[in-house]
Design a binder for this molecule. Sequence first.
Ligand code: NAP
Length: 341
Amino acid sequence: MERRFLGNSGLELSVLGFGAMTFGSGKGMGVTDIAGARRQVDRCIEAGVTLFDTADIYSGGESEKILGEALGDKRPSAIVATKLFGAIGRGSHDRGLSRRHIIDACDASLRRLGTDWIDLYQVHCHDGLVPFEETMRALGDLVRAGKVRYVGSSNYAGWQLMKALATADRLGTERFIGQQIQYSLLARDAENELLPCGVSEGVGALVWSPLAQGYLSGKFDGAESSGEKTRLGETGRIGSYHRRGGEAIVAVLRDIAADHDGATPSQVALNWVRARPGVTSILVGARSDAQLDDNLAAAEWTLSAEEIERLDRASQPPPSYPNSHQRSYHLDRNPQLFPRY
Ligand SMILES: NC(=O)c1ccc[n+]([C@@H]2O[C@H](COP(=O)([O-])OP(=O)(O)OC[C@H]3O[C@@H](n4cnc5c(N)ncnc54)[C@H](OP(=O)(O)O)[C@@H]3O)[C@@H](O)[C@H]2O)c1
């Protein structure tokens, strides 16, 4: 499987990573028990996946526990990424990005994962109540204590990412080398600020919900259900994807898949994300082994430039200010300013 360095760092990741949000026994999105998790982790490793992503809040901590157990003695060759921010208790320091919570949350994740170190420790969300200085210093201290190897952000706005990086530089402490972002043919907002900022600043993107939570597999086919139990069916959000132009995008995915032997709409959607500038790894999620195998097979082939262009056009969001304004001023003067975005 193709590997890429995460941003401007020496951390090398497989282009497909495994998202362990589905590990757990029914709390939250957890649908995969330890036996299933062992099978899925082994399948991933066999396919060349090195990156495994989880979070302290997934299924109330079960996802981290199950991931740690399923990796077992394969832990040293894996890259384990987890996250903190969400409430894990009722106390005022049981959430957020204060020094107190960062240090406690890290120790708790290490215990649940059954490991001595976390390869990539990511803040799950921006905390508007805590100074950037406090958060970046505490994260840097975890790196210096050997508990964490690299740090990253998730779900930041562009200015928040830039401010965190500038704060780390000013303090001489660890910068974020990765940002975990929502990005798919149905969610391209990250192209406005986050992806260009990442390209400019050497922060690689790990992509979450690359299939728009299963919608881009094409299984809903204009209906409000696929006839089986699905995450989008349970949350009642299939219709909102139809209304956002999802069906037209799925039609193009199907068309392109038909031109590649054995390919599926899911694989086409994953390969579009893989081709986008600034993206390092794509986190694939799966309810079943069959879905996982389908998604892992995306790594075995790539899209042509024409196919990428066709998908770009089919999913183009409306222009957003100030990018549209800047483009109109500068495009004829220096197209390099806008390589893809
Ligand atoms: N940082 C964050 O805030 C954040 C947020 C969300 C996720 N994440 C990370 O990103 C990972 C992936 O996110 P995601 O699970 O939302 O990704 P996704 O790929 O958009 O959705 C995965 C879901 O889509 C369905 N699916 C997947 N492959 C399929 C296939 N080949 N055919 C048909 N259906 C398929 C399955 O659900 P159904 O069978 O139920 O339809 C599966 O659980 C997570 O595990 C987590 O590590 C991070």
